[in-house]
Design a protein around this ligand. Structure first.
Ligand SMILES: O=C(O)CCC(=O)C(=O)O
Length: 230
């Protein structure tokens, strides 16, 4: 049976493309060492929107190979909607539950006009908390969200994806300097870091014109990074 491309989405049957090199491994690991030094004392785990305040993150989101891969699916006009840095410190319980990057209580992105990327700043391994994805899960569309009793956060319910079980998901280990590009509807999570070193990743949500369906007006401005259509 042929599945219409609008269901499969911009990145095809699996809803993802990997690995895409955004940096040399050495430069990415060097940046990771600086970030560890900067945040170790506070133990900070999430830094929102570093592309607005830190040159390295602004450059990472515009790195030539990654931007070319984004433009190949979104077209020439690309903007960054949001970024966040996640530091998983060794030995600290910190899991990110199943979710889709294109929808939450703040935001809804048009799945044909947006994609997200996860950039490994350190190596990302099964042991230190790499991403796990459910390939093809984008075909189920955006999931109904429900509030988590513990903190009120809204999350899509991964069990709405046909055939979804934790066993049908795959880890996405990445060498430092590599990225995975994901359909905005791709269901993914990450686990706790049980290694002895920090694991650091940068998430970038990219949009084309018309890609924002709903957005909290308090959000910082979208930043165009290529094209003339903005
Ligand atoms: O950095 C992580 O561990 C997970 C981040 C994530 O889920 C995401 O990029 O949407």
């Amino acid at each position: 049976m042929t599945v219409p491309t609008e269901i499969e989405g911009l990145l095809g049957r699996r809803g993802m493309s990997s690995p895409i090199e955004w940096s040399t491994p050495g430069a990415a690991r060097g940046r990771a060492a600086l970030l560890v030094a900067e945040h170790r004392a506070s133990g900070r785990e999430i830094v929102p929107n570093p592309h607005l305040t830190e040159d390295w993150a602004a450059f990472a989101a515009r790195s030539p190979n990654l931007l070319a891969a984004v433009q190949a699916v979104l077209g020439p006009d690309v903007a960054v909607e949001n970024t966040f840095l996640v530091v998983k410190w060794p030995g600290r319980q910190f899991e990110i539950p199943w979710h889709q990057d294109g929808i939450d209580d703040r935001l809804e992105l048009h799945p044909e006009r947006s994609v997200s990327a996860w950039l490994a700043v350190t190596d990302a391994t099964v042991t230190n908390g790499c991403l796990y994805v459910a390939p093809g899960s984008q075909r189920a569309g955006y999931l109904q969200v429900e509030k988590e009793p513990s903190n009120g956060a809204e999350r899509g319910r991964a069990d709405q994806v046909a055939g979804f079980t934790p066993e049908t998901t795959i880890p996405v280990p990445l060498r430092a300097g590599c990225a995975v590009l994901m359909d905005s509807r791709l269901v993914h999570r990450s686990g706790t870091n049980t290694s002895s070193g920090a694991r650091i990743g940068l998430n970038v949500r990219y949009t084309a014109p018309g890609g924002i369906v709903r957005r909290d007006p308090q959000s910082p401005s979208v930043v165009p990074i290529s094209g003339t259509g903005w």
